[in-house]
Write a protein that binds this ligand. Sequence first.
Ligand code: PLP
Length: 410
Amino acid sequence: MRAFGSVGGLPRTIASARGAYVTDVDGIEYVDLVGSWGPALLGHAHPEVVEAVREAASRGLSFGAPTEGEAELAELVIDRMTVGATRAVEKVRLVSTGTEATMTAIRLARGATGRDLLIKFAGHYHGHSDGLLAESGSGVATLGLPGSAGVPEPIAGLTLVLPYNDLDAVRAAFAAHPGRIAAIIAEAAGANAGVLVPDSGFNAALVDLAHAAGALVILDEVLTGFRVGPAGWWGLDPSYLPDLVTWGKVLGGGLPLAGLGGCAELMDRLAPLGPVYQAGTLSGNPLAVAAGIATLRLADADVYARVDAAAARVSGAVDAALTAAGIPHVISRAGSLFSIAFRSEPVRDYTDARAQDAFRYAAFFHALLDAGVAPPPSVFEAWFLSAAHDDESLERIEAALPAAAAAAAA
Ligand code: PLP
């Protein structure tokens, strides 16, 4: 996804980043709309986050032993995932990447249910582990791949890929495989094939259907978690309880950190208390934990309000510029995440996302880049705003959009 495979040209090599801007090795500055693919909620190199990492580094880089910081971060996560009287998770396990978080959650679900099969949705991305690459979003979607070479058929065959926002397909899968499905894994809101907003009540219905069949639900908040709100996408409608939740990106504030959580009864099945193995030399790394704690402590209501306002302003400006240029398009928005699709009808699933004039994005993207604005280099990725996107940076984006829209029309 870092490659410019679908837009052409060469990716910029970045030398530094601060606030809303990245600077490449030629000294050219861009307003950044990628945010390291999500972590940079506060903007790049927030001074207090950098200072927290510096301070942690002065005390040692990695111990392979418990630290107070791990416990503090886990408690911050549990607090955030408690909305009113509803506590979504009781225990948290820290790992280093979102891929590990979802991989571990799936192993835990299989270990707890004694079942093998997994349901995932087409166009959702959960990292690069073997069982999750079928009809995946993100780079797999950008490159137009059906899956990945190197994944043995018996492993791929354990994943049932269903169309998103289609509860009948979920019912049919449970009916076709009685007693065999361990879990449904779903992005809390899809954001890896462009933004795919779940229908109202969809996530809650997944929980009901899964539980009726003795299966679990893994809500993947690696991308949405702590970004679209203090308690992620789940926190915007905490009317249902997923069994396991995964996080990454914002959780580590730009350093490699991710995690999963659930009720104590389930989480205690992980090693060392339980038989489901998980371990990692750098899990809960003290520098990453320090960045995560600083980020979550700084991400208050004002930060979320600013990110939401910036996203509304930029998505509105994109919409206006494409409309003025007469280009059929829709903007899909999930909280502060949004994406463009070059088609007239709404995008509900991966089939819709692929049925668009995606070629238009290359000209649009390069015109913005030439004007010093760096959106994601694929139409299948969400745009990421931050609390550091101030008037000046937003005005630069707005000024660049009309010419980019004209380029997309050509
Ligand atoms: N899950 C979701 C929803 C993601 O968006 C991603 C990465 O983009 C992952 C999991 C994998 O995370 P990582 O790239 O840290 O392995």
